[in-house]
Design a protein around this ligand. Structure first.
Ligand SMILES: *Cc1c(COP(=O)(O)O)cnc(C)c1O
Length: 435
């Protein structure tokens, strides 16, 4: 049986959108070109249910790419935003909400004593790196292939070829000099890491402790500990980019879960409760280098704005001790359900389901994915066909193989069951076309 979506209104909007917005969207992955279709336009959402402009309902496993750990339109978060908005949306002067949110973050993140807010994760990562360069007096940073830390110049670097450790621009418009100050190393490769640390004078090692932007590829045993050791020995700072993992994999993010403590932490997504907010933080000694306490310049017109702080604070307060076991069990049910669905479809479809609490990726791969090269070897065409079949059955998966599913506290057992049934049908469809 072939099923398809009603998408007349989305198509009309898309035709208008491409006249005014590059590719019709304001961030590339939304275009859905990675799964071979045009974007869907959203009408509204509630909990884990998303409704598009054509009236199709979906179980939403993207949840705005991470911020919505409580699902869409959580009544308490909406109430906090509405009450705050009634008193004005931005002042360009301090408010109590910023102090309350900072104190809440510090109470959760073991390696954060003080923080500076920004409006996006991109800004927060960029600013953390400026701070690391300022305090070390060094320029070069190390990042991992397939990790994403926002779209600032120096972080849009790819690995050079062969033995060259200097990064090369990952996008036209990135100056060669900016990329050259970034060393790009394969994830989960201790030898390559040691060699790169020895060959460069590093200001910082920047890392997604549980990478989610090449799909979910957890660190091998001991790898985060090795990063901590190598950074310390080299006199470099260790920067955890916890924009995804923060407040998601555990109360205090990956640093709380693993006990490996970074020098600086980059936060985003959940910290804004669905509004634009992000932050970077660390020890008082490091953070007091930031202006006006110190001389490292950093600022922003809407940084720490009341609406985002109200939403973020309420979102964090709602993440009580019952939340993490629930998110872990939702993740496990989803992962097991998807695995069972693939098994049902028989031999033809080799997949790997990789997860940590709050994050899942279904890789179309014969073998476990340990690094970006492994992620790139996946059958992205089969993934795309599978995703299109899921959408047609009322399930909204991340429309790219190189992303995570974001289980939330709003997903119900019924929505997980609907998802795994749709997944089984979609796998069966793939198996039929493969044979
Ligand atoms: C989303 C993301 C960013 C960038 O955050 P924006 O708010 O989109 O600028 C940085 N790092 C990681 C790990 C992310 O997932």
């Amino acid at each position: 049986m072939s099923v398809s979506l009603r998408d007349g209104k989305s198509q009309d909007l898309y035709r208008r959108a491409v006249r005014y917005l590059p590719g019709g969207v304001n961030s590339p992955v939304r275009a859905m070109s990675a799964i071979g279709r045009d974007p869907l336009f959203v009408e509204r959402a509630q909990g884990a249910e998303l409704i598009d402009v054509d009236g199709n309902n979906y179980v939403d496993w993207v949840c705005s790419w991470g911020p919505l750990i409580h699902g869409h339109a959580h009544p308490e978060i909406l109430a906090a935003v509405q009450a705050t908005a009634a008193n004005g949306t931005t002042f360009g002067a301090p408010t109590a909400l910023e102090v309350d949110l900072a104190a809440e973050v510090v109470s959760r993140m073991p390696a954060v004593e003080m923080l500076r807010m920004t409006s996006s994760g991109t800004e927060a990562a960029m600013s953390a790196i400026r701070l690391a360069r300022a305090v070390t007096g060094r320029d070069t940073i190390l990042k991992f292939a397939g990790a994403y830390h926002g779209h600032s110049d120096g972080l849009l670097a790819d690995a050079g070829s062969g033995l060259v450790t200097q990064g090369i621009p990952a996008s036209p418009g990135v100056p060669a000099g900016a990329a050259a100050a970034t060393v790009v190393v394969p994830w989960n490769d201790p030898e390559a890491l040691r060699a790169a640390v020895a060959a460069n004078v590093l200001a910082a090692i920047v890392v997604e402790p549980y990478p989610g932007n090449m799909g979910v590829v957890p660190p091998a045993d001991g790898f985060l500990e090795l990063l901590r050791e190598e950074a310390t020995d080299a006199g470099a700072l260790l920067i955890f980019d916890e924009v995804i993992t923060g407040f998601r994999v555990a109360r205090g993010g990956a640093q709380d879960l693993t006990g490996v403590l970074p020098d600086l932490t980059v936060m985003g997504k959940i910290i804004g409760g669905g509004l634009p907010a992000a932050a970077f933080g660390g020890s008082v000694a490091l953070m007091e280098h930031i202006a006006p306490a110190g001389d490292v310049y950093q600022g922003g017109t809407l940084s720490g704005n009341p609406l985002a702080c109200a939403a973020g604070l309420r979102a964090l307060q709602l993440l009580d001790e019952t939340a993490y076991p629930r998110i872990a069990s939702t993740t496990a049910l989803l992962a097991e359900g998807l695995r069972a669905a693939a098994d049902e479809a028989g031999e033809g479809i080799p997949i790997q389901i990789q997860s940590v609490p709050g994050l899942v990726t279904v890789f179309f791969s014969e073998e476990p994915v340990r690094d970006f090269a492994g992620a790139k070897r996946c059958d992205t065409e089969a993934y795309g066909r599978w995703c299109r079949a899921l959408l047609a059955r009322g399930v909204y998966p991340p429309p790219s193989q190189f992303e995570a599913w974001f289980p939330s506290l709003a997903h119900t057992p019924e929505q997980i069951a609907l998802t795994t049934e749709a997944a089984a049908a979609a796998f069966a469809g793939l198996a039929r076309t493969a044979s």
